[in-house]
Design a protein around this ligand. Structure first.
Ligand code: DUC
Ligand code: ZN
Ligand code: ZN
Length: 478
């Protein structure tokens, strides 16, 4: 037998092309693309189906300690299981440094949390919260060289945020080492000031979470992040962009030739501020930061996805139960919004939502869908071409989609450990029916076939998009 597996008769799509081909898999990688391939030990008939690179979700939170009584619902098993059922084959969760903790110790802690659990492959982004001399001078450069080549920094949240001087120091290391910096851009003082004003007025229901984090606070921080990155001459990626004003800043920077990249997420296409205002405490289910905006801003986000402002579409899966200990009600059902854990689940629904409302609704081509959800995140984080495409030599990470399948999203069909989905009741067209990781069937028709721990840790290369403008061109590989 030439192949361990042949996926026959499907339509393959990559970030650039769509073509009818069989995919031959050997030793976990794509060995051949062609028509009439020789028999495989195993065969999958993909007639009438789409054969896409598995999704790469470049922004998820699994088993991340929160610093208070709240607890993330998903660990590395339930989180990766949910990802796989949604057609995703690689995830990038965070290893978050606690203030006072060594960055290396944080990484070791998250490796322990992951051990024996993932069903698909994973890499870590770092979160740098305490850029001491030791961290900047030794730990961060060493970790980047060990394959942790991207990290997030925060401009808000007291336990996480850096001041402008610290941001400059960290950006400088990213520049000299070639790492990708992800920026959470919201102005902390604006949010704190508004929150206190709202609390004094007794406006503490979940709805006011959105009011406390207006678009201008995102715009100001986005502009400042861009300016600091320009000063240092280093590319950055602004994550979870929610509003038209931030999009305007990003377009302005891109128009000036700066290497400013951007990510957005399903919550900014499918939810609005009204969803924070449900009956009683229901709105807490949609509390995330930045918050969802309105229909006009959703349209700007769609335009940014189709028009090239955004390079990546991630879930920002940050899973808290609604009921039960450690969840959204950790401080009671009447807790002020400030005391409600931030984050919503979405690792499993990310791809079906964008496929349905993007591709099937005619807003974007299938190639654009693959680019935003798989190829570009792999490129941005140094995993391409091993991940993010279907090409000879790439890992056989593949999602086979039935583009005609109609599914009504309800929490009961999902595989995370959260007790709700913000997308309850939305009907989508198109669903991943088989997910393969390195040639192994992980899920098929609703059944999990992989054992916990089979997912491999991926050290990441230096991402080409993180190269500063002023850097010399790299040597060609031939
Ligand atoms: N916002 C974040 O920045 N991270 C996780 C969840 C959230 O809402
Ligand atoms: Zn964030
Ligand atoms: Zn996040």
């Amino acid at each position: 037998m030439d192949f361990d597996l042949v996926i026959r008769n499907g339509t393959v799509a990559t970030a650039s092309d769509m073509f009818k081909a069989d995919v031959g898999v050997k030793d976990g990688t794509v060995a051949a693309l062609g028509t009439g391939l020789a028999a495989g030990r195993e065969e999958i008939d993909a007639g009438g189906l789409l054969v896409l690179p598995g999704g790469v979700d470049g922004h998820v939170h699994f088993d991340q300690p929160t610093g208070d009584e709240s607890v993330m619902a998903d660990d590395f098993l339930s989180g990766t299981r949910s990802a796989a059922f949604g057609g995703t084959t690689t995830v990038l969760p965070f290893a978050c440094q606690q203030k006072g903790q060594s960055l290396r110790a944080a990484v070791e802690d998250y490796h322990r949390r992951a051990a024996g659990k993932p069903v698909i492959d994973y890499a870590f982004h770092l979160i740098v919260t305490d850029p001491t001399e030791q961290v900047l001078g030794q730990e961060l450069p060493a970790l980047i060289r060990d394959g942790y080549t991207s990290f997030k920094i925060y401009m808000t949240y007291d336990a996480l945020k850096l001041n402008d001087r610290q941001i400059l120091e960290v950006l400088d290391i990213a520049r000299s080492e070639g790492a990708m910096v992800m920026m959470h851009a919201e102005n902390a003082d604006c949010i704190a000031w508004l929150t206190e004003k709202l609390e004094r007025a007794g406006q503490t229901a979940p709805f006011f979470h959105g009011v406390s984090r207006p678009r201008v606070a995102e715009r100001e921080a986005t502009h400042r992040a861009i300016s600091l990155a320009e000063l240092v001459d280093v590319p950055i990626l602004i994550v979870h962009v929610s509003g038209a004003d931030a999009v305007e800043q990003i377009r302005w920077a891109q128009g000036r030739g700066l290497r400013i990249y951007a990510e957005t997420c399903p919550q900014y296409l499918f939810l609005t501020a009204d969803d924070l205002g449900g009956e009683g405490f229901e709105g807490a289910k949609c509390i995330c930061s930045p918050p969802p905006r309105d229909a006009a801003n959703q349209q700007v986000i769609w335009d940014g996805l189709t028009g090239g402002t955004f390079q990546v579409f991630s879930s920002d899966h940050a899973p808290f139960r609604f009921d039960g200990p450690g969840g959204k009600k950790v401080n009671g059902e009447k807790a002020p919004f400030r005391c409600v854990p931030n984050g919503i689940p979405g690792v499993e629904t990310r791809l079906p939502l964008l496929f349905s409302e993007g591709v099937m609704a005619g807003r974007m081509d299938l190639t654009k869908f693959v680019e935003l959800t798989s190829t570009n995140p792999a490129r941005m984080y140094g995993l391409h071409p091993r991940k993010g495409t279907i090409a000879v030599g790439s890992d056989a990470d593949i999602a086979i989609w039935d583009p005609a399948r109609k599914v009504t999203i309800t929490n009961g069909i999902l595989h995370h450990a959260v007790d709700y989905t913000p997308y309850e009741g939305i009907e989508v067209t198109g669903w991943p029916v088989v997910t393969l990781s390195r040639g192994e069937v992980v899920c098929r028709d609703g059944a999990l076939l992989a054992s916990p721990g089979r997912g491999a840790f991926l050290p990441c290369g230096l991402p080409a998009p993180a190269r500063p403008k002023g850097a010399p061109a790299p040597a060609l590989p031939f």
